[in-house]
Design a protein around this ligand. Structure first.
Ligand code: GUN
Length: 306
């Protein structure tokens, strides 16, 4: 079989392009009286979480979004986190609230996520917002899955009628991205640790999304020739090297397009978080103006998934 060298889907470049588009929106919104604001809550010292939170804050800075950082010690109690969420929910200058996961074990993340005001849930993790996704009415879609869909759209990947295989069933990536692929009329299979003949199922995929968190678990010869491969994994090897869930070099010889790690899905997650924050701020701005004019004006809100 002739080998193919896949096109590299450059998430970093696509995210940078989105940032340029969003800078304009933020400037307009700020000029009209609402500077978008994002609160980022980090509890504890997880090194990877610190890096992610730092990247989110830097992106806010580049775009002109006001960021409010809350770096709390690992011993912070659940009550204290809930109290902070209540305060952030009530603030007019905070349009998005993000609590970095994982939280320390003594804090119930479900209790924390459900406490976030749904209109400020820029991570899209509130159970009611998750439910909205299942009926194609997601006001603030979860960032990594939305970033994957944006990458596919901006790369010109046609999904209608295609076989999409998602490896991994997490609430953050696997389940929501499967729903989004279904919405675009792909035929979707979700695989997990008990799936029989995983290599065989993967070989049926026109579009393969790998989100398991195991270094290079998906082998090059599991890739259907010509497939599009999206690698969500970020795994640090003992030698310090960062690799995805897919054997990149071998998969690149069969795929038509593939995301690298790093520089593929990761930057898109942050870009979508910024997009959700702007969307939440637009909605708050609209509501404020409708209230100010007694409902007689024609402000429109940010459409679901806009
Ligand atoms: N931890 C890993 N990914 C994410 C994410 O997308 N959002 C939050 N809040 N925490 C995470």
């Amino acid at each position: 079989m002739a080998t193919m060298t896949a096109k590299i889907i450059d998430g970093k470049a696509i995210a940078a392009q989105m940032e340029e588009e969003m800078k304009v929106e933020v400037a307009e919104l700020t000029a009209s009286g609402t500077q978008p604001g994002l609160a980022v809550v980090l509890v504890g010292e997880d090194p990877a979480s610190k890096v992610y939170v730092g990247r989110k804050e830097k992106s806010c800075e580049r775009l002109g979004i006001k960021s409010f950082g809350y770096k709390l010690p690992a011993e912070t109690t659940e009550e204290e986190v809930l109290k902070l969420i209540d305060e952030l929910n009530a603030r007019e200058d905070v349009h998005g609230i993000l609590v970095q996961l994982p939280l320390p074990k003594h804090i119930d993340s479900k209790k924390v996520l459900i406490r976030i005001d749904r209109s400020k849930d820029v991570d899209g993790f509130h159970p009611l917002n998750v439910g909205c996704l299942f009926v194609d009415q997601s006001p603030l879609p979860p960032c990594t899955p939305a970033g994957i869909m944006e990458l596919l759209a901006r790369t010109g990947v046609e999904l209608e009628g295609k076989t999409a295989v998602v490896v991994g069933r997490s609430n953050i990536v696997g389940k929501p991205v499967a729903m989004m692929l279904l919405k675009e009329n792909a035929t979707v299979t979700i695989c997990h640790s008990r799936t029989k003949d995983l290599p065989g199922v993967c070989r049926s995929a026109d579009v393969l999304v790998a989100a398991v968190g195991r270094p290079e678990m998906i082998k090059g010869d599991w890739i259907k020739p010509g497939a599009v491969v999206i690698d969500v994994g970020v795994n640090r090897l003992e030698n310090g090297k960062l690799v995805g869930d897919v054997e990149f070099a071998a998969a690149s010889e069969r795929a038509s397009a593939i995301t690298p790690v790093p520089g593929g899905v990761g930057p898109m997650t942050i870009a979508m978080l910024m997009k959700n924050t702007i969307c939440a701020a637009k909605n708050a701005h609209t509501l404020k103006n409708i209230a100010a004019c007694g409902g007689g004006c024609s402000y429109t809100s940010c459409a679901p998934g806009d």
